[in-house]
Every structure is written in C-alpha cells, then in structure tokens.
Write a new protein. Structure first.
Length: 206
C-alpha cells in the first residue's frame, strides 16, 4: 500500500461532479465507458436536468440524445429515469448515505454505491471495477472473480480508513501501469512484490 500510494499520489475520483446527485448519475454513465467521455457529457446533462425532479420528468428521447456517446444509452436512460424518480419520490430529492438504501435505487449496485459513499460522503468503501479486479487478482489479493467477493477479500486486507484511497490508487495503477493486455512491468513499483506469473519487464519483450 505504501508503494502504491507513493506511486499514485494524485489518485482520486476522475469523474467531475458538484454534488452527490451528479456523482451518482456520472457513475451510472461510466459503466463500459471512460470517465473522460462521461465528463464531456455531464455538463450539458446537469445543466438541463440539475435535480432528481427535473431528470425524472425528462423525455426519454431527449435524455438518450444527451448520453448516447457513453454507450448502452437506452439502458442507461432507463436507469437514470428510475434513479431520479426514486430519489425524488422516496428520498426527497436527496441521495441516501447508506449502502442499504443506495443499492435499492434503480441502476445502482455496490460499485456505484461505494463511489458515492467514499467520494460524496467520506464513508470508506472499496470500489471494484475492472481495474481493481484485474490488479487484485494479479497481486493475489483475491482468488475470486465475483466483484462482491473481491470487495469482501479486500475489506479484510485493507484498513477501513484507507478503503477509498486504496480504490483510487488501484484504479490509477490499473489504468497507467498494470493494464490488461501488456502490463508495463518494468515501470511497476510493485514488480518485486508481485507474484503474477506472466510479469515480464518491457526490455525482455520481443
């Protein structure tokens, strides 16, 4: 963890947001999409629909048009409309502060809930996305592939106070160094500690 944190001191939530509602919507949009792309879409989205009440009243076709470039836009539109409606009708327009309430919202799983809890409310949470999953498996921090089981394994290894920071550092590491197809092993600060059997310094690659 010390090496990981030292290597990625700038690790943070890469989604732009101004409040919990914007963060939860941006996180829903980030599924199968880059944060960079989401950040290009959300300014206009939140200008037009700044609150759960406003978004819940949106016409699906207009919402689809705004978020189309994030991919899977029809499913994401349904999630956003359902999410906004539930926030407006059940929670008075406020995003809940508990895991139990968050995962009851349409389109919200544990990953999205932990993003919101950790970054909007400073409640520690481990976010398991594709990067965290891959890096955790290569480092043998988990033998599981199911995100919930990976989350449980990491929770038992990482001090609770560091859960959110650890998640950000793992995500940055997965994006910058421990990439999916050709990990940059020769640049990795964890190389000496990594048990991944296929690790190869770049200088040895053909």
């Amino acid at each position: 963890m010390r090496k990981l944190f030292a290597a990625h001191p700038d690790a943070r939530c890469a989604l732009d947001f101004g409040n919990p509602f914007e963060l939860i919507c941006a996180t829903v949009l980030s599924a199968q999409c880059t944060d960079e792309r989401v950040n290009k879409v959300t300014p206009e989205l939140f200008r037009k629909y700044p609150s759960p009440k406003a978004m819940a009243a949106a016409r699906p076709a207009e919402l689809e048009k705004l978020i189309q470039s994030t991919g899977f836009y029809k499913a994401k539109t349904r999630s956003l409309l359902g999410l906004a409606g539930a926030l407006h009708e059940t929670h008075g327009g406020r995003v809940p502060r508990t895991m139990e309430e968050l995962v009851e919202l349409p389109g919200v799983g544990r990953k999205t809930a932990n993003v919101v809890l950790g970054n909007a409310y400073d409640v520690p949470g481990i976010v398991v996305d594709t990067h965290v999953s891959r890096v955790s498996q290569r480092l043998e921090l988990t033998a599981n592939s199911d995100p919930v089981k990976i989350e449980t394994d990491l929770m038992s290894l990482v001090p609770k106070k560091d859960w959110t920071r650890f998640s950000h550092a793992m995500i940055f590491h997965g994006r910058r160094i421990c990439v999916a197809r050709k990990p940059k092993c020769s640049e990795c600060p964890l190389f000496a500690d990594c048990p991944y059997p296929h690790k190869v310094p770049d200088t040895q690659r053909r």
